[in-house]
Write a protein that binds this ligand. Sequence first.
Ligand code: DON
Length: 319
Amino acid sequence: MPTPPSIQRAVDDAFQAFGQLPGGANADYIPFLAQVPDKLSALAVVGIDGSQYCAGDVRYRFALESISKVCTLALALEDWGHDTVQEKIGADATGLPFNSIMALELHAGKPLSPLVNAGAIATASLVKAGSVEERWQRILAIQQQLGSGEIALSAELNESEQSTNAHNRAIAWLLHSAGYMYCDPMEACDVYTRQCSTLLDCLELATIGATLASGGLHPFSGKRVLQAENTPRILADMTMEGLYDSSGDWAYTVGLPGKSGVGGGLLAVVPGVLAIAAFSPPLDEFGNSVRGQKMIAAVADTLGYNIYRSPATALPHSR
Ligand code: DON
């Protein structure tokens, strides 16, 4: 484990170098996201031992968006086990954009990944619940248990998303017609839209990652949130599809399971050690934070973290 000063230095240096990088643009297909100040930028590391390191606007509360897919996947795995999730949703990359209809058409309507919109709507429908409110409360609860009790729905963001989610509704009906929808399609789409509409800060995002890094133990409370056997499945899905159609480039260049959201959040996990989270709204063409990718890549590189690297060739931990 690198020393605390070397981790803080890595965070400070990455923030300094890339925290205001030009390029990219806020998501604008959800009106709420278009008006978030694009200068905002934050970087945080949380260790599985509860240590914390941060720089920038770490207390700004931003939209969780697609990173919520990781939390709902965790809940579906807890409810059903990995074989059922693989059969009913899939565990593979689509190689296509996150809201692709073509990806469904190419695979007889099977979403393939719980981390694209279709797979995430199907995953929300798979969560065990007797009513729409129970489904929503269980999904919110897992976000809070993985991260922090402060994570909460923004009514304004939810309204902005619900009034512009026609494409996701279409996806939900396509899933229904192909046999990959496990509750009422509009209930699933409603709850999926709510799960994207919660707000959290960068430290809370890193905390979600640290819970995954530890095999399911929350880094601050020490409470078990997930069964240890489920976290490798989640991290594998993140590797395959966490940054959508640039997941391969991310694995090749950074080598850490990651997950992005169109709110500008980005999370990367070093299994058994820590998580690195970033937030900055401008996105690249794939929907991933431009500055977030650079900041996280720099921290991982400086500290020598890459899951594909042999420990024998690990970088010295403090430079
Ligand atoms: O469903 C949507 O399109 C958004 N609520 C979330 C998409 C998203 O975050 C994709 N991420 N990079």
